[in-house]
Design a binder for this molecule. Structure first.
Ligand SMILES: [Mg+2]
Length: 270
């Protein structure tokens, strides 16, 4: 059931409640990257993970399976993380690498490559003249960033995104994020399906494993919902953040800051 973000119990303050659910099980930890392990920044390439956060993830990964699930391309996430004991799922879970199993590439719409290239071109044509607008082509999506765009110019970005979607209603969809529109092929796939797929692919779909998912954005809600009743979802953020607004969530707990995420992971590793 969806809850108000402001009503979520805190994962550290209400640690006992969480410990009860974890009792006797090995956690399998799924982590979003941007906004969860790193602060949201104006330019995606500036989202650098802190040394202490990297240490916390590294430490936890020696104790239990840890997987970073990101909309970014997998090699980019691997480079940003700089850890070799980590499972990394890029492109919203399409492209997975694990230290034990190597590369698992999920079969998907390679046939969408041309369409995405076309989307990339159309976005560039309209967005390049807009100051601060940023087009980020990825392997399985194209992101239109408008965080640095002046307020009165933002409707132009929305208009071109709407126009592109209207031209391909059967083949494209958009997932809005924090000051970004992510245009993706319309395939039945999201972070929730990715997490369930990962649990199976990594043989973690077992009674003695408790999946935990940490995320901050709208795309993470799919993962929280997928784990409802069988795992633990931890929302990272504040109910009073204007970008979070009055959103409801399928997460079970909340952590307010990256520092708390780090602290929580350190605790879990002990
Ligand atoms: Mg995020």
């Amino acid at each position: 059931m969806a809850k108000h973000i402001g009503d979520l119990p805190h994962a550290i303050t209400n640690g006992k409640e969480l410990a009860v659910r974890l009792a006797g099980k090995t956690p399998a930890v799924f982590l979003d990257y941007d906004g969860t392990l790193t602060p949201i920044v104006d330019r995606p390439e500036d989202a650098i993970i802190s040394e202490s956060m990297r240490d916390a993830v590294r430490g936890l990964a020696t104790r239990c399976p840890v997987c970073v699930v990101s909309g970014r391309d997998r090699p980019v996430v691997q480079e940003l993380m700089g850890l070799d004991n980590l499972i990394v799922a890029g492109s919203h879970g399409f492209d997975i690498w694990s230290p034990t199993g190597g590369s698992i590439e999920k079969e998907h719409g390679g046939e969408f490559a041309t369409l995405l290239e076309d989307v990339n071109k159309q976005l560039h044509a309209v967005m390049d003249p807009i100051e601060g607008a940023l087009v980020e082509p990825k392997k399985t999506s194209v992101a239109a960033h408008y965080r640095l765009v002046a307020e009165d110019e933002r409707p132009k970005v929305k208009a071109i995104v709407d126009q592109i979607l209207a031209a391909h209603p059967d083949h494209l969809k958009v997932t809005p994020g924090k000051m970004v529109y992510e245009i993706q092929p319309k395939i039945d796939w999201d972070k929730g399906k990715a997490v369930l797929y990962l649990l199976e692919a990594l043989k973690l779909d077992r009674d003695d494993v408790m999946p935990m998912y940490f995320g901050d954005d709208i795309t993470d809600e799919h993962a929280f919902a997928a784990l409802e009743g069988r795992g633990i979802g931890v929302f990272v953020g504040h109910a009073d953040d204007p970008e979070v607004g009055g959103r409801t969530t399928y997460a079970d707990f909340i952590l307010h800051t990256m520092e708390e995420v780090e602290q929580f992971m350190d605790g879990l590793a002990r």
